[in-house]
Design a protein around this ligand. Structure first.
Ligand SMILES: Cc1ncc(COP(=O)(O)O)c(C=O)c1O
Length: 432
């Protein structure tokens, strides 16, 4: 090429949740059937869409208007519905609700429209799309503040405050509540502290609240809209998890207090213009969203799903209990379980008995050519020996070694078997 085609910072492009699949597929090719525990897709894990929901979609498919472009910010009725049911009209108007083709797109637009030296600090562990998009826009490592796993994932407010005070480039603070990968819900006290820090240091807030309605005890959840006060902010929500319809590629942002700061309003306008360049997001899921969420069957359907995730969490916690190599983070909701390893107690690791020699050769070549963190090594070895694909926690910008699995499995017996295989693998992998 006449000139370099690769942007500075591209080495930070990472999405372990899907990257692990390429390795898993190589292992499948060598004769190991795989249990997929890597991705948060309820449908892929066997969840059935109820017939009433399909009927709503089918009716919309019969309407010619759903084949037309939508307004760039999104379908007006859907935005009105969101304002009424998800947002707060004192800090947000219908013009401040903007649809995207999935929150994944919104994440990209939010970070890529910031100047390269304007940084957003986010949690670790974190959902990798945020970390990678922020790192890419800046061309360096993502800045993070810790979630303290010794205190069930609570925000280390002191460290966050220090980082914001000392990091003059920090313009925004990202919170994922409830958190992916941890599944924990942040308490009001910590969230209010984050809002205070943003206010005192003239930063804006980004709260990814895509899982806000998937919590075991709904009274635990504190929404950004209820505590943000006068701080400029963005709340992110979407269709992928709540409905369950990740293939709809439909999510939205609610901008709060946009007019309280001219500079923030200007930034939001650049996001809107970059959306206009694409014309709009896909019309159909926006149009049907209010009809599905407003359907008389919806609340009961969602409650049943949440109860299932809770019972899977209990099942896993029971099977992992007493296994001193595995330290699960007790989730408050969402459909993931994060499990860490204790690095002090288990310094040595073993290779596991691979299902066949071909798989062993493949794993050896993979492991020899890379400096692997041991949670990656564990994930590879687990696939080769037990046929279970989990995501290494290091893929979530985590300083802790461990893995994330899902709570989505429809079949309780298969889930039981999956947890037992993971436990067996971990017990063989770690040498005390
Ligand atoms: C915390 C979080 N934010 C955003 C997304 C992206 O969602 P979408 O399917 O709308 O792109 C996910 C998907 O797993 C997620 O876990």
């Amino acid at each position: 090429m006449r000139k370099n085609l690769i942007k500075a910072g591209d080495e930070h492009l990472q999405y372990e949740i899907r990257e692990i699949v390429e390795i898993a597929n190589e292992i499948v090719k060598r004769g190991v059937p795989m249990i997929w525990e890597n991705i948060g897709d309820p449908v892929a894990k066997g969840e059935r869409l109820p017939s009433w929901m399909k009927e709503v979609v089918q009716q919309a498919v019969d309407e010619d208007q759903t084949y037309a472009y939508a307004p760039s910010k999104g379908d007006l009725e859907a935005r009105r519905f969101i304002l009424q049911h998800y947002s707060n009209h004192e800090i947000c108007t219908v013009e401040d609700v903007i649809f995207f083709n999935g929150l994944g797109e919104a994440i990209n637009k939010i970070f890529s429209n910031l100047p390269t030296d304007a940084r957003v600090i986010g949690p670790n562990p974190t959902y990798p799309s945020h970390a990678t998009a922020e790192a890419m826009h800046h061309g360096g490592h993502h800045l993070t503040y810790p979630l303290d796993l010794t205190r069930n994932g609570r925000i280390d407010v002191a460290q966050l405050e220090r980082a914001v005070r000392e990091g003059e480039d920090i313009v925004g603070i990202l919170v994922i509540n409830p958190n992916n990968p941890l599944g924990v819900v942040h308490p009001r006290e910590d969230l209010e502290a984050v809002v205070r820090i943003a206010r005192e240091h003239h930063c804006f807030l980004i709260f990814d609240e895509i899982y806000q309605n998937i919590v075991f005890d709904p009274s635990m959840i504190v929404r950004l809209a209820d505590i943000v006060g006068d701080v400029p902010a963005i709340s992110m929500k979407g269709v992928s998890k709540e409905l369950p319809w990740p293939g709809s590629r439909c999510g939205w942002i609610e901008v709060y207090n946009a007019d309280r700061d001219e500079n923030f309003r200007g930034y939001i306008n650049t996001i809107v213009i970059s959306k206009m360049l694409e014309v709009c997001s896909t019309t159909l899921p926006q149009v049907v969203f209010p009809k599905i969420v407003g359907h008389p069957e919806f609340a009961g359907f969602l409650a049943t799903r949440i109860a299932k995730y809770q019972s899977r969490a209990n099942q896993a916690l029971e099977i992992f209990a007493g296994c001193d190599t595995l330290r699960p983070v007790v989730p408050d909701g969402v459909f993931y379980l994060t499990v860490t390893f204790d690095s002090e107690r288990f310094p040595k690791t073993e290779k596991l008995a691979a299902v066949n020699a071909d798989v062993r050769d493949y794993l050896n070549s993979l492991e020899a050519s890379n400096e692997l963190r041991r949670d990656k090594l564990f994930a590879y070895e687990l696939m080769g020996s037990e046929g279970v694909c989990v995501v290494p926690l290091s893929g979530f910008s985590s300083p802790y070694d461990g893995f994330r699995m899902t709570l989505l499995e429809e079949n309780a017996e298969l889930f039981d078997e999956t947890c037992r295989r993971i436990r067996r693998g971990a017990e063989a992998f770690f040498r005390s």
